[in-house]
Design a protein around this ligand. Structure first.
Ligand SMILES: Nc1ncnc2c1ncn2[C@@H]1O[C@H](COP(=O)(O)OP(=O)(O)OP(=O)(O)O)[C@@H](O)[C@H]1O
Ligand SMILES: [Mg+2]
Length: 266
């Protein structure tokens, strides 16, 4: 990956403070009293099973969902205040990539800088090409998302976030649906970008390998509630059986459901 540290991307960053956040949809609680602090410049990974509230939590940081009660702050700004998006360059890499299929990779990357009038077209071009180079995507510049592999789409989604020169970088399941080699590549990219830019990085993911490899600190969320926060080393042999089973699931082949499968095959 190209060196990023001397580029204009490296700059200011913000911490995130989540304070007693509750969120319900139609009276059904999805986040319950979530409190945690992401320190400036750290990689913080939130792990949890499907449906535990990870994406909803990340959307609160991005200001895309509003709390039922409690607060999320980015530096000193309230994440729920629409003006915060003018003050903090935050970028969210969406779970499904959310690329525009009718636009080339180049136009996907140029869209937000154009919309926000970050610079003139020549400046945008330079920025887009430099970002594609950082993510080894030069050859994809004129392709449409439908022509790319899943791993390339993930990298384009990251590139589109980076092109805005984020001061806070949020990733939703950056390694889902990727093979182990591509997952490791994306994990390395996340760590390298933080190393070179010192940007505060909040990742939500099921990926235990990613969390243990690159998190400075991590948390496990289950059923909308934070169960544990600590350094990755503290999660290697968790005492809480629910966390142990989530991080190190065992498959019991003697379980009645497998006996049933065996019977079905006879
Ligand atoms: N806009 C919404 N309206 C109603 N319910 C919602 C909404 N968004 C999320 N939920 C519900 O909130 C719960 C948590 O959803 P969320 O998407 O945060 O899960 P997740 O932890 O990201 O899961 P996954 O790992 O599968 O991505 C789910 O039960 C989901 O159905
Ligand atoms: Mg999700």
């Amino acid at each position: 990956m190209a060196d990023y540290s001397s580029s204009p991307f490296a700059g200011k960053t913000f911490g995130v403070t989540i304070d007693k956040l509750n969120k319900s949809f139609d009276g059904v609680p999805v986040l319950r009293d979530v409190s945690l602090e992401v320190r400036p410049g750290e990689i913080f990974v939130i792990m949890g099973p499907s449906g535990s509230g990870k994406s909803v939590l990340l959307k609160h940081v991005a200001g895309l969902e509003l709390p039922t009660s409690g607060r999320v702050r980015i530096g000193d700004y309230d994440a729920a205040d629409p003006q915060t998006r003018d003050r903090v360059h935050l970028a969210l890499v969406f779970q499904a990539g959310a690329l525009f299929n009718s636009m080339t990779v180049y136009d996907n990357l140029a869209l937000y800088p154009r919309e926000h009038r970050l610079c003139n077209e020549a400046g945008i071009r330079e920025r887009v090409l430099r970002t594609l180079q950082i993510l080894s995507l030069e050859k994809a510049v004129d392709k449409f998302p439908g022509e790319l592999s899943g791993g390339m789409k993930k990298r384009v989604a990251i590139a589109r976030a980076l092109v805005m020169e984020p001061e806070l970088l949020l990733y939703d399941e950056p390694t889902s649906e990727l093979d182990p080699v591509m997952s490791a590549t994306i994990t390395e990219i996340i760590a390298t970008l933080r190393e070179q830019t010192a940007v505060t990085t909040l990742v939500v993911s099921h990926d235990r390998d990613l969390a243990l490899a690159i998190a400075d600190r991590m948390a496990v969320i289950m059923d909308g509630r934070i169960h544990a926060i600590g350094k990755p080393g503290e999660f290697k042999n968790p005492a809480d059986p629910a966390i142990a089973n989530f991080l190190n699931p065992t498959i019991d082949l003697k379980h009645p459901r497998f006996q049933q499968l065996e019977n079905d095959h006879e």
